[in-house]
Design a protein around this ligand. Structure first.
Ligand code: CTP
Ligand code: ZN
Length: 154
């Protein structure tokens, strides 16, 4: 997209989550804990034409950098997303999120009988069985979870 057709303005300091697969912007906003009550500028663009993705979403958050756990969660629902950090309009850091082959501690197993849901101090762990559509398998009980199940927890 050229400057003349820029949909939402640039931000001075903060984070731009770009190349979010079309339709997931509001889930990203939720992961970041942004509600209407939060301070700071938040710009959301949905279903923007993109050469690589067809349609993409963008979320821009002024005055904020992301926690590693937030980045890991975004990787689960928008594996192609890029995270750009700007200070005084200059790019400071630019990286692609990466879906790890093993996901620890971010997702709760949906099987109530799983040992990770007992009182044992066991950290949840899943393996990626399929990336598209996303399917992850519990290390302990082999329970399968898909993107929609994961999104409900965020
Ligand atoms: N952006 C912004 N504020 C800035 C600079 C850039 O909101 N001060 C946004 C741009 O609108 C774009 C994203 O951040 O959505 C990445 O911009 P840029 O770093 O200029 O990279 P591009 O070449 O546009 O894209 P790519 O990520 O493919 O390199
Ligand atoms: Zn399990």
């Amino acid at each position: 997209m050229t400057e003349t057709t820029l949909l939402v303005s640039k931000i001075r300091n903060g984070t731009v989550i770009d190349h979010i697969s079309g339709g997931y912007a509001l889930d990203v906003v939720k992961i970041l804990g942004i509600t209407g009550k939060t301070n700071g500028i938040v710009l959301i663009a949905m279903h923007v034409p993109s050469k690589q993705l067809g349609l993409k979403d963008i979320v821009k958050v002024e005055g904020r950098e992301l926690e590693p756990e937030e980045v890991d969660k975004i990787a689960l629902l928008a594996p192609g997303a890029s995270i750009n950090i700007f200070r005084n309009y200059q790019v400071m850091d630019k990286k692609r999120v990466k879906l790890p082959s093993s996901i620890r501690g971010i997702v709760k197993c949906g099987n109530p009988a799983c040992i990770s849901n007992s009182n044992e101090p066991v950290q949840t762990q899943f393996y990626v069985k399929s990336q598209e559509p996303l399917m992850i398998r519990c290390h302990y009980c082999s329970f399968l979870m898909e993107k929609e199940d994961i999104l409900k927890q965020f």
